[in-house]
Design a protein around this ligand. Structure first.
Ligand SMILES: [Fe+2]
Ligand SMILES: [Fe+2]
Length: 300
């Protein structure tokens, strides 16, 4: 049973991280669709704006209440997020609310913050709104995935990418539902690691598949990282509770490695030094997902 303080902190933490992730998924989908699918684009656009509202509200409620470790982990925003958004908006024509990013960069932690009943009920309402919205986004992603698999849609989107971002949405939904029941969102450390190790492996696979064929060195690094996570997932699947310290250490090492690769990639995309079918916000997004996983692993 979560205390009021934990409920407030975790609700803020999950919504700040995932509402941004969800709205960026909409940007990725939109940028991969063609003119013939303008109805899907409009639907995605509406969902993106709704998540920006959730994020805005979470930011308004968050000042002082979030742990320093979360703010310092670069999981909510990085030093590259704002610039990545500016470039991505220019390249894709998709509107991105940058005021939210500026407000997040200004968030502070206050160790003597008072966790009131009023704030608890505000967050309960916000979680409920987010739950309804995530359910909508899951069906939207399901619809796109089905169309892709049935060859009813051509898009510059890997089916695995849609499946991947759908799993991230389901993870967010389950976390919110647990929080509403005042339960800890992460119930099994090893299952949670298998989930995030798979996410990290797929990031490496996406990068490998989006690089220009001339980027041989980066291609090989991405391939090595994908294989490292594939091995780690196999080890973690066979692990029991007594192996947690060992597999956590391995996961931390691999994730730091992929984080550094993603960070260099984000810088390379901002500086136009890498030939790849991607824009900076995509790199910054997967960088934040690694940053979050690193904080979680360190807390174990
Ligand atoms: Fe994501
Ligand atoms: Fe991801």
């Amino acid at each position: 049973m979560l205390t009021r303080k934990d409920f407030i902190k975790k609700s803020l933490e999950y919504n700040l991280f995932f509402a941004r992730i969800m709205k960026e998924h909409m940007i990725f989908i939109e940028s991969g669709l063609l003119t013939i699918d303008s109805t899907l684009v409009l639907e995605g656009e509406e969902l993106k704006e709704s998540f920006e509202d959730i994020l805005k509200e979470a930011i308004n409620l968050a000042n002082g209440a979030v742990d320093k470790a979360v703010l310092n982990s670069n999981e909510l925003v990085t030093n590259y997020t704002l610039e990545s958004e500016i470039i991505t908006e220019k390249l894709t024509g998709i509107c991105i609310n940058k005021d939210l990013t500026k407000a997040e960069l200004d968030l502070l932690s206050n160790s003597s913050f008072t966790f009131t009943q009023g704030l608890e009920s505000e967050l309960e309402k916000l979680n409920e709104r987010a739950i309804n919205l995530v359910k909508e986004v899951i069906s939207y992603k399901e619809k796109i995935l089905k169309k892709l698999l049935d060859c009813k849609l051509f898009a510059n989107l890997y089916p695995l990418l849609i499946d991947h971002i759908m799993r991230e949405a389901i993870y967010y939904l389950k976390a919110l539902e647990s929080l509403q029941r005042r339960e800890e969102p992460v119930k099994d450390i090893l299952d949670n690691q298998i989930f995030w190790d798979t996410i990290m492996m797929e990031h490496a696979q996406f990068v490998r598949g989006l690089l220009d064929p001339t980027e041989v060195e980066l291609f090989n690094t991405a391939n090595d990282l994908a294989e490292a996570f594939e091995d780690l997932i196999e080890i973690t699947k066979k692990a029991g509770p007594k192996d947690i310290p060992k597999v956590t250490k391995m996961a931390l090492e691999d994730t730091i490695e992929i984080r550094d690769f993603k960070q260099a990639g984000t810088e390379g995309l901002i500086d136009c030094q890498i030939q790849v079918i991607a824009y900076p916000l995509l790199a910054d997004h997967i960088l934040r997902e690694a940053n979050r996983y690193i904080r979680v692993l360190k807390s174990i």
